[in-house]
Design a protein. Sequence first.
Length: 257
Amino acid sequence: MDKVMKDMRERFGAARTKCPGMSEEVYQLSDYLAMHINEELVPSGVVIALLCTMDDIKKERCGFCGNSGSFPEYLVEHKSQVLAQACYILQVIDAVTDVEFADTVRIECKSAFNWQVPKLVVASDDLEKKYPAYVKAAVDWWSNAIQHPKMDNGDDSLGMLMAMLGGSAFAKDLSDDEMRAFRSTLANEIESQIDEYGLAQLNVDYGPNRILSKAGQAAGITSQFTFPCKTSMSVSKSKVIVSAGYGAHNKVLWESV
């Protein structure tokens, strides 16, 4: 008998706190599920809810029984990007349910959608040395970003949607050792750049710049699509700022007090 998971609305509603550093598209998808799904679900019920949700997003209307009213504006304006990021809802399910339930959902989603995304490796504090807060803030952000890369170049066409969906296949399962190698190399490179120039720039157009590429190579990352395209970050001793995705606003990740 399939395992029943309770409090599903609350679980999906906790995505932002349980899964920091994911894209806004994934959070908005989680919010929509939190508003409309049943409180108790078996794994196959989650798959059905995802099918219904993606159909709703495509048609820009809520088809869940007993729900009506205006459809979330964000899901309308970012339809293709949300659909392209939908596979990473599996990482949310990993975080908000137990291993047995989440693994069963993954198996059923692979059959239904051909979704294969890595499980998150939690960023640890076991870097080779103590780094300043601005370095750690940058490293933590990229450690999350490479595990659910966002392929958004601003083209909302069907062709770009297919490219973004294909890009998710390049997300790499990282072992603990590979994650440590990525984090340590990136931290060293950022610190070196700041010591020499007062600023470190970490940019991805359709592929990563030298600093990110070096960190990726240390972790065995061979595909440029593992990094979120059209993303830029500046790191200084006073502030860490990131713009993630085409036309995205700058977001302050860390600021000195």
